[in-house]
Design a protein around this ligand. Structure first.
Ligand SMILES: [Zn+2]
Length: 123
């Protein structure tokens, strides 16, 4: 069979909506609801990024569609981790006012804090 399965097509199609829902939930649970909804795009390839426009807008999160390859559950889990990573970049830029392109110490501290708050929610 050369045709993509219905499951793969559906996952690709619903990715932007799923990511927006996940963003809302993670913003509330892991970042104290402090951020505004960014533009969320699904782009070809494996690379994901956050771009801060520095013009008062909450910026753009791009999630590489290739993160959704493979097993359905694994794909959703990978997407959530990638999304949280990019959200930590957004948090550092939008809330802390410190935009760093790299994954430096300020970023690492906020990402770790986000994971700690999520762990607290699960208990
Ligand atoms: Zn990063």
């Amino acid at each position: 069979m050369n045709e993509p399965s219905a499951k793969e097509v559906t996952l690709q199609e619903v990715m932007p909506d799923l990511l927006a829902l996940a963003w809302e939930r993670l913003n509330r649970l892991a970042f104290n609801g402090e951020m505004r909804m960014p533009t969320i795009e699904v782009v070809p390839g494996k690379e994901s990024s956050y771009t801060w426009n520095n013009n008062g807008s909450p910026g753009t999160i791009r999630i590489g569609a290739a993160v959704a390859d493979g097993d359905y559950t694994q794909a959703l889990g990978s997407s959530a981790h990638v999304l949280l990573h990019e959200m930590a970049h957004q948090y550092v830029a939008e809330v802390k006012g410190k935009y760093h392109a790299g994954d430096g110490p300020v970023f690492q501290r906020e990402l770790q804090a986000a994971y700690e708050r999520l762990k607290g929610v699960q208990q």
